[in-house]
Design a protein around this ligand. Structure first.
Ligand code: S3P
Length: 173
């Protein structure tokens, strides 16, 4: 059975999953599903509001639900929130149901990308610059062993419009 191409983009906050997801989906004529956007659409709330009103546990359950909804979609790129691979059986499920691509970024790169928008990010809210850097380093250390289970790892500093070319041609074979 040819299930077509299904690629999960994973990586830490600020590593460019949504940004590159849009570019690559356009470039290869794939659909794009951004799991954070799906959660916002279906709940009618922002991510910060969900965390504030319902807590992280509820958010993680909705996140899992949206992930599993991608089961029957093909020729699609799925941009996952940074925590997706780290909860429930999500990572095993993605590895089984498609190809998983880890966008690997250094703590410095992430810091540059998220430091101006911590208010929108519940896990980074109200941290001073030093705390922010420490929190990124600690969380990345914790999560990276899981991220590295991906089928492919791409360094974010080297990404371009064609970065998925080889991966997609292998999947299509
Ligand atoms: C989170 C990452 C965010 C969002 C939520 C939690 C995380 O998504 O899902 O704030 O646990 O790393 P992005 O990685 O798209 O910023």
């Amino acid at each position: 059975m040819n299930t077509g191409v299904k690629i999960f983009l994973i990586g830490f906050m600020g590593s460019g999953k949504s940004h590159w997801g849009k570019i690559w989906a356009d470039h290869h004529n794939f659909k794009l599903v951004d799991l954070d956007e799906e959660i916002v659409k279906s709940s009618g709330m922002s991510i910060e509001t969900i965390f504030e009103k319902f807590g992280e546990q509820q958010f993680r359950e909705w996140e899992r639900e949206q992930l599993k909804r991608t089961e029957d979609i093909s020729n699609v790129l799925i941009a996952c929130g940074g925590g997706v691979p780290c909860f429930f059986d999500n990572m095993d499920w993605m590895l089984k149901n498609g190809k998983v691509v880890y966008l690997k970024a250094s703590p410095d790169y992430i810091y540059q990308r998220v430091s101006g928008e911590t208010e929108k990010r519940p896990l980074l809210k109200k941290l001073n610059p030093m705390e922010l850097m420490t929190s990124i380093q600690e969380r990345l250390n914790e999560r990276e062993p899981i991220y590295l289970r991906a089928h492919f790892t791409l360094n974010v500093e080297e990404l371009n419009n064609d970065s998925l070319e080889t991966i997609i041609s292998q999947v299509e074979e």
